[in-house]
Design a protein around this ligand. Structure first.
Ligand code: AN0
Ligand code: CP
Length: 320
C-alpha cells in the first residue's frame, strides 16, 4: 500500500478488520517487520491522539519514529508554487519534501483544510505534493478532506461493540463555536458506506457533504427522526462543505444548540452507543451525562487508533 486516504486503499475491508482483530490480540506480533525502518510523522496542526497512537503503532512494529512539528521549530513552509518568498516563510515545500523523505521510509502528514479555498482543499493540494515528490508511501493523519485513520478506528470500534449483524449508524452534526474541517465526517460517511452497516447522517440545511464521499445519499434534516432506532450515534461538528452554496464554504452556518446530543436525543435511540473522535467540547457537542454514560465509547474508540495505525503501517511496510 503506497497511499492511505480512502477505504479502497485497504482493499477488502473484512480482511482489514480481521487483521485489526489479530493485532488487537497481539499488537507486537509483527515486531520484526519494521526493523531498521523509519516513520516520519509531520504535523502542520495540533494533535494528541494521532501523534501518540501513530508513534505507538510504529513502536509495535519495531520501527524507528521521528516526529516533526512544522510550526514549532522547523522553518515556516511556503506551499504554493510561484510565490515571491519575501514574507515570513523561509523554505518551500518543494525542497522540504525531498529532504525530509531522504531520512525515512514512510511518511504521515497532518495538514488540515484551510477552509478558505474549496478547490485547493478538495484537491488535497498539500498531501498530493508529498505523494508526488517524496517517493515514499504517504498516509493521511487528517488532511484537508479525509481522516482515514480515525474512520478505520471507528469501524473497528463498531465491529467490536455491535449487537446486530447490520447495525444502524447515525452521524449527527452538532454545534461548535469555531469553523471545523469536513475531514472527519467525510471519511466516517465514506467508510460506513463501504462497510456492512445501515448508515444515515443528519445535519441542518447547508451542511450537505460532498458526493465524492456520500455518493447520492441525502441527509435527513430532522435530527429526531434520524436518531430513532439508532444503534450507534456518531456526533461531529463540521463547517459548510459548500456543496449547495460554494460561497459559504468553510463558514459556520448554525450554532443551534438544540442539535447538541443530550439524554433526550439518546432516549430516541435503540439504547445506542455514543461515539466521537475527540477532542470534544462538552455541553456544545454532547452533554456531560451522555459522554460519561456506560454507553459512551469515546475512550475505547480513541484506544483503537493504535490498532488502525498499526494495520496501516504494517500494510505499508509489507509493500516497501
Ligand atoms: C479537528 C477537526 O474537527 O477536524 C480534529 C479532529 C480529529 N478538530 C478540531 O480542530 C477541534
Ligand atoms: N481524533 C484525533 O485525530 O485526535 P487528535 O486531533 O488529537 O489527533
Amino acid at each position: 500500500m503506497n497511499t492511505f486516504l480512502y477505504p479502497s486503499d485497504l482493499g477488502n475491508l473484512s480482511q482489514a478488520l480481521a487483521e485489526a482483530a489479530e493485532i488487537k490480540r497481539d499488537r507486537y506480533r509483527h515486531q520484526s517487520l519494521g526493523h531498521n525502518k523509519t516513520a516520519l510523522l509531520i504535523f502542520f496542526n495540533n494533535s494528541l491522539r494521532t501523534r501518540l497512537s501513530t508513534q505507538k503503532a510504529a513502536i509495535n512494529l519495531g520501527m524507528n519514529v521521528m516526529v516533526l512539528d512544522i510550526n514549532q521549530g522547523a522553518w515556516k513552509l511556503e506551499t504554493e508554487r510561484g510565490v515571491v518568498m519575501d514574507g515570513d516563510k523561509s523554505e518551500h515545500l518543494l525542497e522540504a519534501i525531498p529532504v525530509m523523505s531522504s531520512y525515512c521510509d514512510i511518511i504521515g502528514v497532518r495538514t488540515f483544510a484551510h477552509l478558505d479555498n474549496r478547490e485547493a482543499d478538495y484537491s488535497e493540494s498539500i498531501l498530493r505534493q508529498f505523494i508526488e515528490h517524496s517517493g515514499k508511501p504517504v498516509f493521511s493523519m487528517e488532511s484537508a478532506t479525509v481522516h482515514p485513520l480515525q474512520a478505520l478506528a471507528d469501524l473497528i470500534t463498531i465491529e467490536q461493540y455491535k449487537k446486530t449483524e447490520r447495525p444502524k449508524v447515525v452521524m449527527t452534526w452538532a454545534p461548535h463555536p469555531k469553523a471545523l474541517p469536513q475531514a472527519v465526517p467525510n471519511s466516517f460517511a465514506q467508510w460506513m458506506l463501504a462497510a456492512d452497516v445501515d448508515f444515515i447522517y443528519t445535519c441542518p440545511k447547508g451542511y450537505e457533504l460532498d458526493p465524492q464521499f456520500v455518493g447520492d445519499l441525502q441527509p435527513e434534516y430532522d435530527q429526531q427522526k434520524a436518531m430513532a432506532g439508532a444503534d450507534f450515534v456518531y456526533a461531529k461538528n463540521w463547517s459548510c462543505p459548500g456543496v449547495t452554496c460554494p460561497a459559504d464554504y468553510g463558514k459556520v452556518l448554525s450554532k443551534d444548540m438544540s442539535w447538541m446530543v443530550d439524554t433526550d436525543h439518546m432516549a430516541l435511540t435503540n439504547n445506542a452507543y455514543f461515539m466521537h473522535c475527540l477532542p470534544v467540547r462538552r455541553n456544545m457537542i454532547v452533554s456531560d451525562d451522555v459522554i460519561e454514560a456506560p454507553t459512551s465509547l469515546v475512550i475505547p474508540e480513541a484506544a483503537n487508533r493504535e490498532i488502525s495505525a498499526t494495520v496501516v503501517l504494517k500494510r505499508m511496510l509489507e509493500s516497501l
